[in-house]
Design a binder for this molecule. Sequence first.
Ligand SMILES: Cc1ncc(COP(=O)(O)O)c(C=O)c1O
Length: 298
Amino acid sequence: VPGPLAYLNGEFLPRSSATLSVEDRGFVFGDGVYEVWRVLGGQPFELDAHLARLKFGLGELRITPPDIAESDMFSNVAKRLLGASSLETGEATIYLEITRGAAPRTHQFPLTPTRPTVFAVANRFEPPEPLRARGARAITMPDVRWLRCDIKTIQLLPNVLAKQTAVEQGATEAIFIRDGVVTEGSHTNLFGVERGVIRTHPANNLILGGVTRSVVIDIARSLGIEVDETPIAGDRIGGLDEAFLVGTTTDVMPLVRVDEHTVGSGAPGPIAKQLQLALRERLDAIGGERRSPATIAS
Ligand SMILES: Cc1ncc(COP(=O)(O)O)c(C=O)c1O
């Protein structure tokens, strides 16, 4: 069996042979953006929403979108990467990164325009169902990030350090607090429930507008649950009836403990469970798979 394949600048090659210039501005400056898709039965979930966010980010960085930012081209690359690793069935993820390209190091954009570097890989994915059944723990940390968190850049150092601190403390996620309010998690968006109403930070420059966040808001409203896009005060997390994280590889993850506070009853809450069930149905629908309700509800 050949090793996993990578797509790099128009070529498919073994991942171990996919190499970059040391002058790549992604390597030198973190000058690039990325996306992660959930894939079910070979089909990327919310393909266009992720591509739209990618194009938005490229626009903000003033990188001319390469062909892969087009849905047809992306689908072809995705199909080949998935096929090469036998990922046309079951669950997978696709990672795509685009940087400004390689050039001698200067902070300003290179005088001679560079060709953007395009890199993509597909990996097998297993959703964290045992943790979902128990409920996860999170810690809070000061949000020390810049003021353009709406761009999905590869510069993730605050997120990396926050998540590492969480893991060292036996938690699953670090939740950022800025100016006394919850913004989001290191790689997830946070939702709270108070008296039956869902609250989450508005999708402005202080958070990454998650694709899952949009899908979950849509699901909640279709189920008749009110969604209020106003921030949750950091000191109110312990008093929420429910709290949960949402994201591409997280789905809806109930939180049962944040710092020293037990959330709600200390078990996954009913609204989180209901939303997870509905999200799982949308995921399965795209993969053309039907799972038993028992698997979904766990
Ligand atoms: C900081 C941050 N917030 C939220 C999310 C969730 O976004 P999505 O649902 O599009 O995966 C991510 C995903 O990586 C993220 O990095």
